[in-house]
Design a protein around this ligand. Sequence first.
Ligand code: ATP
Length: 308
Amino acid sequence: MSAISVRVPAKVNLQLAVGPLRDDGYHDLVNVFHAVSLFDEVTAAEPLDGDPSAAPLGVRVEGDLTGEVPVSDDNLAVRAARALADRAGRSYRADLLIRKSIPVAGGMAGGSADAAAALVACNELWGLGLPVEDLMEIAADIGSDVPFALLGGTAVGTGRGERLAPLETAGVFHWVFALADGGLSTPRVYGECDRLREEAGVAAPTPAVSEALLAALREGDAKSLGQALSNDLQPAALALRPSLAGTLALGREHGALGAIVSGSGPTCAFLAESAERAHELAALIKDVDGCRAVVTAHGPVPGATVAG
Ligand code: ATP
């Protein structure tokens, strides 16, 4: 096979409970991930023979607003492919092409998704046949959100988010995402969260999964799910990007069942009753200040999958 394409979903956090800062610089988290139908596609191809001095792993990025995405060894897809080759114990070559639809630095784990897709694509291209358990281990070394992008569906992550347990859900949930102008740096948002807590003199509680959220997911009850959504990073994201408060308020005013900043932001996520309501809501909020575009999506969807 000379090229393999893998489609990989974005995630939204249904609950993001952030505990105290640990000695290793990470926070203890309870992170309920939900994969939604907003996809990047990563193609791994055998390089055309020609330039023997070319890097063994090349990368190109296509799509909207991809200027911030490195086309070097820092690209998370390249790091993933290199980690896979190291695990297999020899050097392999591939040209990676990333077609991005997941917003960059948008709190939807697009870089992690590309890393997961590169693992699946290169495992296939290079004929390594590593089982998903091995890919999950490599994924966890690359970043906390990468294992979930392999798994997809809905799952709870504990530790720094990388220890995953799939969750039972019923039905389909319909979402609207308001993509913001510009991104937010994840470390900066965590730093602001710590700073706000220190300023207020509040100790971070030990994170625990919300029973109301689990019940809503099991029952496929969108109304209860909307009420149970929570994100401890939201105050920090709003402090760094005050316009997001207006975006969330407008969505609620127009009947969203829940409105939340996705992960570290600045993407805002709105839960709707049906696909039709999601489209109506998208049209009503698309012109709010600071919003670059709106998209609708549904979840849960599977993780990184070889395309057709
Ligand atoms: P998360 O939700 O996991 O905190 P995010 O969605 O906010 O992440 P990403 O789009 O994953 O943010 O990217 C964050 C940064 O990672 C980017 O600004 C970019 O510099 C770097 N990066 C490296 N590789 C990639 C990639 N393949 N796609 C996007 N960003 C990448």
